[in-house]
Design a protein around this ligand. Structure first.
Ligand code: NDP
Length: 409
């Protein structure tokens, strides 16, 4: 048991929040210190008459977590890396906030009776176990952690059906698709999944040979966490979104068309049998889909920027180039093979993404290593949850063997 708390060895019941709890939607934010997490807290602060942050969690950034806890007074906080339990506990000792540590605690806090919605804003495979725990506890999910659907979409869909749990998409593209489907009863003919193309959209293969992490971290339209920013530069992010769309909307990959749209104004669209296309447009701002996931089916007032139709000179659309951006092709291929292959791709990608950021592999090498890992890792046609855990470990090991170890950097 990893949970640490001054008086409790296990997360059982969370302290009630007294009169502050009444009538407000109680939201657990997994990953509150990240890009999505902090924007979610802005939404909560702007609608304090509707929402309350009940649980906040982080991996290591305990100081920011303590600051957030002081401001939002959640019932409990969890720091996943246990090394930071003591400083966090000390920082919050004067407040009635339960402090827990460890990955198991993340899974246990989401089960609390008082929680109305769980926002999964953690990054990577680590989001899978707490998302499953939340679904098993019957909690609606506001899904930002796309890796959960990439790794185990089929399993997650089965659990959502079993426990009657809705998933509300937070990813801007999937929120756009979700919004385009509102009120529709007819099947989807095609999903048009837009992509900004990232900072290297116009680069030649030769130029891509020498791009640096600093260049990749400068996304033209979105300010996001480091991992997803690198994934956007390689277009693996778009590949993951294809997989996410397949599982969220039940559409086969052949019917999901990626379209590069550098202005990121059309967030995605759906085409129907009569040829009609419905899209959702807006200024790129993640608080819009976060807020909608919190308030659905209502839309709440916001002071976010509005589209200015007269300064928006042109909206352009291009075919993606999977020769230069092979990660996108590998993601489609993993869907074609099915089974645990997307899980293999996700694990290998987490390794190369980190390695690229740390200067231990080159930009174009990322796709090579992922492809090698797809060939070498054990393929399982119908994986169980335990298989996903084992696959993640094996694929990480295989991918890591192909990157430079830290001591060489
Ligand atoms: P960030 O890196 O900014 O934040 C990640 C959050 O998860 C932080 O709170 C971090 O804690 C926590 N975390 C990281 N690793 C672990 C772990 N092993 N265990 C527990 N907590 C952990 O990421 P983003 O906010 O950018 O992205 C979050 C998710 O949302 C990703 O899956 C991403 O793909 C998705 N997403 C993000 C978008 C965006 O605009 N940022 C858009 C669409 C989807 P700490 O701060 O302590 O490291």
């Amino acid at each position: 048991m990893n949970i640490q708390h001054s008086q409790q060895s296990k997360v059982t019941t969370l302290p009630l929040k007294g009169e502050r709890g009444g009538g407000l939607k109680q939201i657990a934010i997994l990953g509150s210190t990240g890009s999505i997490g902090t924007q979610a807290l802005q939404v909560i602060a702007a609608h304090a008459d509707r929402f309350e942050a009940r649980i906040l969690t982080a991996n290591r950034r305990w100081e920011l977590l303590a600051e957030q806890a002081r401001k939002f007074l959640p019932a409990a906080v969890v720091i996943a890396d246990e090394t930071y339990y003591e400083p966090l506990r000390t920082a919050l000792a004067d407040l009635p906030i339960a402090v827990y540590a460890g990955a198991d605690a993340l899974c246990q806090v989401v089960e609390g009776d008082e929680i109305d919605l769980v926002l999964t804003a953690m990054v990577g495979f680590a989001g899978l176990p707490p998302t499953i725990a939340a679904i098993r506890a019957g909690k609606p999910i506001a899904l930002a952690n796309k890796e959960t659907m990439v790794v185990a979409g089929e399993l997650i869909n089965g659990l959502c059906q079993q426990f009657q749990v809705p998933i509300l998409p937070v990813d801007s593209e999937h929120s756009a698709i979700f919004q385009s489907l509102m009120g529709e009863v007819s099947p989807i003919e095609k999903i048009i999944l837009t992509a900004s193309g990232g900072p290297f959209r116009t680069f030649t293969r030769e130029q891509l040979e020498s791009v640096t992490p600093a260049m990749a971290l400068k996304h033209p339209n979105w300010d996001m966490g480091a991992k997803i920013t690198i994934d956007s530069a390689s277009m693996m992010n778009k590949g993951f979104e294809v997989i996410e769309a397949k599982w969220l909307f039940g559409v086969e990959p052949e019917k999901i068309q990626v379209v590069v749209h550098p202005q990121s104004v059309v967030h995605s669209a759906v085409q129907f049998a009569d040829g009609a296309v419905k899209a959702q447009l807006g200024v790129p701002d993640m608080r819009v889909p976060i807020q909608l996931a919190f308030s659905f089916p209502e839309r709440l007032q916001s002071d976010f920027d509005r589209l200015d139709w007269f300064t928006m000179h042109s909206l352009t659309f291009e075919r993606p180039d999977t020769d230069r951006f092979r990660c996108l092709a590998l993601a489609y291929e993993s869907l074609r093979q099915g089974g645990n292959m997307p899980c293999i791709v996700n694990a290998a990608n987490e390794i190369v993404n980190r390695a690229f950021l740390e200067g231990r592999c080159r930009f174009l090498q990322m796709a090579d290593i992922i492809e090698q890992t797809m060939q070498r890792a054990t393929f399982i046609k119908t994986p169980t949850y335990e298989d996903y855990l084992a696959t993640d470990k094996e694929a990480r090991r295989i991918a890591a063997e192909q990157t430079l170890p830290s001591k060489f950097v």
